[in-house]
Design a protein around this ligand. Sequence first.
Ligand code: C2O
Ligand code: CU
Length: 564
Amino acid sequence: MGTFLGFALTLSLLFCMAQGKVLFYDFLVKETPIKMLCETNRTILTVNGLFPGPEIRACKGDTIYVNVTNTGPYGITIHWHGVRQIRYPWSDGPEFITQCPIPSKSSFLQKIVLTEEEGTLWWHAHSDWSRATIHGPLIIMPAYGKMYPYKFDQEHTIVIAEWYTRDTKAIIDEALESGGDPDLSVAYTINGQPGDSYSCSNGSAYNKTVVRRKTYLFRIINSGMNEEMFFGIAKHNLTVVGMDGAYLKPLKTNYLMITPGQTMDVLVTANQTPGRYYMVFSPFVDTNAPSNKNVTQGIFQYNGNYNHSKTPIIPELPGFTNKSDAGNFTIQLRSLNSKEHPSNVPTKITRNITIAVSVNQQPCPANQTCTGPNDSMHSASLNNISFSAPAISILQAYYNNINGVYNRTFPDQPPTLFDFTGNVSALGEAANVTTEVLKIDYNDEVEIRFQGTNFGAAENHPMHLHGYSFYVVGMGDGNFSETEISKYNTVNPPYVNTVGLPKNGWAAIRFKADNPGVWFMHCHLERHSSWGMDAVLIVRDGKKKHQKVRPPPKDMPPCSVSSS
Ligand code: C2O
Ligand code: CU
């Protein structure tokens, strides 16, 4: 009996044995002691005591209930990054957008409604900066009776994170108060391990033992806070076959670039001389803003007896500032667009939106000292609106028709036109700090053109949308021009939830507004999002019954209780 059960359990981790299952998980948010780098006395917030947090594994179309109990010192929320949550924004998680934080010493039963998602996604805290340590994988296997569109022998999940030496809530609270730069992370980690390029971390590097000629599926999640990363394994080719919970046309490469918020499924065949090879994540830094320029290395090591050198072989990765290598990788991505996984790119656009994406400065309030650039305060904006979160959730205000919580005047176009990526030094840098939403009709076919600007420290912005994946139909350097439309890829563009908007460039995305609700859209660089590089989309209900937001659960965290 014991053996049989064990066998059934192992098998169910690899294949889906039934259709539309309901799964239950318990998440206990708690303070957890941890040893990292040379720190001895450190406590972080984790889920179930784990860093990275526990993996959720489901099949396409399953429904997952996660009972989140918060025993930490302040309110938190959890978001299921990349899950569309069709008609059910109540469990989506961003604080003050779809819910108020789960207060300390209370629980919230969250429902994750899987539909079209298939591949690798993740979950993370979505309140202040607690996602630095509260995050983990969400893996969705093909539905019962379906196959992966590629072959592999074994799979491994790789979670990249950034390590801070202080409590991350204190870091962002102080930075927002002073207007200055938040602390930088001091290390990058692979599955919780900084690896042997850091002191006190020797011998504990992430180490993957592989068998010659076998093929491995690496599910890579960039849960880092503020940096895009290059990745490669010495001497080994990578084949990227999936991204953000959807399949890609296999792309062979020797390095990849992954932004915070993105996930990539990558096949690697152990087809080199048996030995030890470094797998390296190294930051892509295309800005003058301060950044953590360390790398993190794991080891890809062949099993068996062979003469291996002490130091593993190091891969050649693009240099930190190599914008063209970053761009050259990204523009090659295509969706699989097969019979079983077709692309459905909207082609009759009924709503066309352009969003200027800027890093700004706000003047220092009177009688205060500010530590931002030129004694100002850091700020960021979308269409010159620096998002300010309300005190109750926008979803609750919208659903219950409560007035005075947000305005509906987020503009469809930048309020002023200028040479966005040119010399902007003569223009004022302050944006309006308000709470605006962008209302979209049900079933609109939406195009959003993100336009980077040259204000402040320009850089790549991983723009992320909740409630939807979208097709990236085009991207390029400089200012967008209408002549680009004829060059759009409407056949097999990648279908993703996060697009890396190139520094001083543009990106055009398309989606059909078939998911009513309140959906957050923001830069997935945490410091930009904290500075206001956020917007809220409200997709109206459709006319039919099954086109409306479902009613809320009874245990929504209350908004009256203070979260801190
Ligand atoms: Cu990864 Cu707003 O989320
Ligand atoms: Cu950004």
